[in-house]
Ligand binder design. Sequence first.
Ligand code: PLP
Length: 268
Amino acid sequence: MIYDVQKIRNDFPSLDSGLAFFDGPGGSQVPVEVGNAIAEAITKPISNRNTVTQSERNAEEIVINFRHAVADLINADPNGVVYGRSWTQITYDFSRTLAKTWKPGDEIIVTNLDHDSNIRPWVQAAERVGAVVRWAKFDITTGELPTSAISELLNEKTRLVAVTGAGNTLGTRPDIKAIASEVHRTKALLYVDGVHLTPHTSIDMKALGADFYGFSFYKFFGPHCSALAANPELLEKLDNDKLLPSTSAVPERFEFGTLPYELIMASR
Ligand SMILES: Cc1ncc(COP(=O)(O)O)c(C=O)c1O
């Protein structure tokens, strides 16, 4: 395949600044099409989601299309796609929700390969309920996180394993499929941070076996927001805090308040 480099560069106005961009984890630059999508969504008739008026339907359509776009990208169920402001925010929310069912003596597993956003929320949630935090460590001679680093910590008390799909410092890719099959020998859930992995490869969440998988759009040309996907049946079982008049429907009940439709539109 031949790329017309100048044509692609023209899509990215920030490249006209004369700056050079070396900081991949700082986020990618954004094409003008994404900026246009934000402008279009925020200036067309829009109100809270519903199906009665045109402006309600516009918001509704944006959200539904977003769920399908995310589901297509990672082979997830669109009814289990949750919008979030950032991966950190989503993980904090889900750590609080999942920890509601943990009790003293339960165990969770985190890794020292992970970005802190897939460590601290779990550690703090575990501390609050008296759950034990087990650390899976990568091999400093190879940079790899062998599946055994996790499987040897698993037992009948393990409630959650939080692991990255790819480390953002070394690029290490743990074998998520193998980890998932080990985790699912127990009653633990597998929460996979796909922020670094998703921009670099095609993802099949169902084949990976992750119970939760998510990523952030700003890492690959999108706006500053994120998505998490899970089986809707699993989400139905989770008892998250929410406002009384807010819907109990899944996945809506995991998205708080009025959504930023313009960012959601630009994420599709
Ligand atoms: C692997 C990884 N996970 C999580 C995050 C945090 O994502 P967010 O900024 O959406 O909270 C980052 C950010 O660099 C990352 O590289």
